[in-house]
Write a protein that binds this ligand. Sequence first.
Ligand code: UDP
Length: 390
Amino acid sequence: MPHILILMSDTGGGHRAAAEAIQHAIGRLDDKNEFTVELLDFIKETAIPPWDRLGRIYKPAVDHASWLWGAGFKATSPWPIRKSLTALNATVAGPKMMRLLRKHPADLVVSVHPLSTSVPGRILRRIRPEVPFVIVVTDLVTTHPFWYWKGADATYVASEEARDRALRLGVPASKIEITGLPIDVRFQELPDRKEEMKREYGMPTDRAMLLLIGGGEGMGNLEGFARAIASSGLPLSLMVVAGRNEKLRRRLSTTAWEIPVQVTGFVRDMPRRMAAADVLITKAGPGTLCEGLAARLPIFITGFIPGQEEGNVRWITENNAGRLTLTPDDVTIALHGLFDKKGPTPLYDDAQEAAARLARPEAAITVAERLMALASGALTRKQDNGKHEK
Ligand code: UDP
């Protein structure tokens, strides 16, 4: 039975979402129930300082000092700094990572996190050279160099620019493939019945519904954007996903609004909610953006992490699938471009078509197919070698 180990971590919601998307896609394709998939939060498991604090500091850092996070992103990118940090990481984290890889034997090891690439990759080469190591890059465009290791057996990326970065960092072209970012397989089969979906969520069917999200943690000025939308004077309704931000969920739930508004905490049915929506308003998180595109939604981007998410903004706006709306006023202006008193304008249809052109709803299935082939191949080779040794 081929066993696949996925190294991920809960810094933001995107790495886990991509790992789960791959896991479910493998489940879909595996009709004979042959494969097993294990998701491992390597940061939690190894508790390597200072990375063990990343999960906890991600939200406050990105929310209140995204420039600092961005500065960290930029400062750690140049080659000499990167090299010393990787060496330090290998010294500090190496022994724990080795124990982890020994404790969780697999026929294929996959990383969906930039801090678990070259260090576990090199260790694996040493302790189990027959096991392939694969990187699935879960950032879209301006991907950190930490993502890339030229020794990986395959690197899957979401955009041309990410592929070019990998090439510049020495990853052989034959080992890179643009697959798109793996998102929940349910985005491949979204119901095309907006009215019915709106009814399912108790939202009016005669108004365009905006979906406002601040990542898994409910980050950013969601309240300010919600107020601007509610007072735009347009016939809209609004669904706010406050994620794990319980304080915000409670506050917005008890507010009196001028339009129909629904506020929820963390949801597990994002595909259906996006299928009910007409516009997505979100920070530039790669997962949420790709999900919005798969649902053919025009996107307003309310914020981005400098460095890391800058390219995401460019990618969406230059391809006309959305706009950068950093303030509540920007959102109001952009809304008046997409809608008038009667409903959607021609601009809305253009943005919707552009979103559909960028979408890669099949990405998780493509990646799953590749991983299953690699894991089966590795297991067969191991079994053959075992026979020869007897
Ligand atoms: N998400 C979710 N439920 C929520 C809020 C967010 O399932 O209530 C998911 C969202 O659909 C996406 C992920 O969390 O798949 C957020 O990932 P993204 O890359 O957009 O941002 P990050 O949180 O990693 O910065």
